[in-house]
Design a binder for this molecule. Sequence first.
Ligand SMILES: NC(=O)C1=CN([C@@H]2O[C@H](COP(=O)(O)OP(=O)(O)OC[C@H]3O[C@@H](n4cnc5c(N)ncnc54)[C@H](OP(=O)(O)O)[C@@H]3O)[C@@H](O)[C@H]2O)C=CC1
Ligand SMILES: C[C@H]1O[C@H](OP(=O)(O)OP(=O)(O)OC[C@H]2O[C@@H](n3cnc4c(=O)[nH]c(N)nc43)[C@H](O)[C@@H]2O)[C@@H](O)[C@@H](O)C1=O
Length: 319
Amino acid sequence: MEKMKVFVAGHRGLVGSATMLALKNHPDFEIVTRTHGELDLQDRAATRAFFMEHRPDHVVMCAAKVGGILANSKLPVEFLHDNLRIQLNVFDAAREARIDRMIFLGSSCIYPRGCPQPIKEEYLLTGPLEATNRPYALAKIAGVESCWASNRQYGTRYLAMMPTNMYGPGDNYHLEHSHVLPALIRRFHEAKVTAASSVVVWGSGRPRREFMYSSDLGDAIMFLLALPDERFAALTHPDVAPLINVGVGEDVTIREVAELVKATVGYQGELKFDATKPDGTPRKLLDVGRLAALGWKAKTQLAAGLQHAYEDFLKRHAA
Ligand SMILES: NC(=O)C1=CN([C@@H]2O[C@H](COP(=O)(O)OP(=O)(O)OC[C@H]3O[C@@H](n4cnc5c(N)ncnc54)[C@H](OP(=O)(O)O)[C@@H]3O)[C@@H](O)[C@H]2O)C=CC1
Ligand SMILES: C[C@H]1O[C@H](OP(=O)(O)OP(=O)(O)OC[C@H]2O[C@@H](n3cnc4c(=O)[nH]c(N)nc43)[C@H](O)[C@@H]2O)[C@@H](O)[C@@H](O)C1=O
């Protein structure tokens, strides 16, 4: 059987590297990658040339401008425009190169701030968005519509996956710009090393988040890539929004997860909540029934995932 050529865009990021790990030894796939330095997806002509030359059978679109709550709040123009530009270039090039299948990565923040929980795919565009990440969410919603419009107009099979908050090996551990878990892993670790008496946790500690270990997302992407054609086609039928949630099905408060990170790192001091920092959306627990009905479920428990993530942090940053 001929191998399926898959372009993993953003293969060195948190999600892209987990996707690479899941695909690596699969005999049915030939993987194509380009680093950001080799191919800037904001460069329209270069993106087009790459797609026309390589004509992959499938694209896994993990390349994006990504960051935590503060990065999103401070750089709204970049989070909107960079993501829109990358997406327009990739979707247009994919159309010209007649790419039939794509998995586009969105995020659970595309759903309305106040929507019922757990969040079903059909709640998209039923209410106002959370202000701290509205520009990013709007870019991602445009990506969902690009998938759907292309499926309707050109008969493609483009699917948008909406993952919950991710963490795992190779995460961004920047103290200001990263997501909550890598930031807390680093802050608790540094507090342990310096014997600091307390660690700052942003916001009130009351928001709830659902956290998924990145290798589980790699596994879910692999599962969808390997679905038989007719089952993948059912998810991308032009009459249905091509949207599928991916998460673990349960959430915790930020205070609870901070306590878990503290225990994982082995820090003995106190937590101090910084109310000057934004809480963001109060809750965004995904309904993962659609993916479960296909036969996929996340495997990694939060405590075990945090342990692996901390070990990875130690290896990369604290040697
Ligand atoms: N992390 C999370 O909690 C979540 C992530 N997601 C989604 O998953 C996807 C991947 O996120 P994640 O892996 O965390 O993000 P990362 O920031 O870890 O990785 C993003 C990747 O995209 C690459 N990239 C960025 N801009 C360009 C560009 N102009 N041209 C080429 N490559 C580019 C980056 O390369 P470089 O670093 O060299 O710039 C990097 O390899 C995103 O779509 C995100 O929305 C969804 C939900 C949660
Ligand atoms: C994946 C997702 O990620 C972002 O949305 P978010 O879920 O709000 O992400 P976050 O991880 O930054 O924060 C989660 C919660 O945690 C609290 N918190 C405590 N202490 C720290 C801390 O030290 N750093 C950070 N970043 N947050 C902290 C923080 O105040 C908030 O209440 C968007 O990019 C969005 O677009 C998106 O898709």
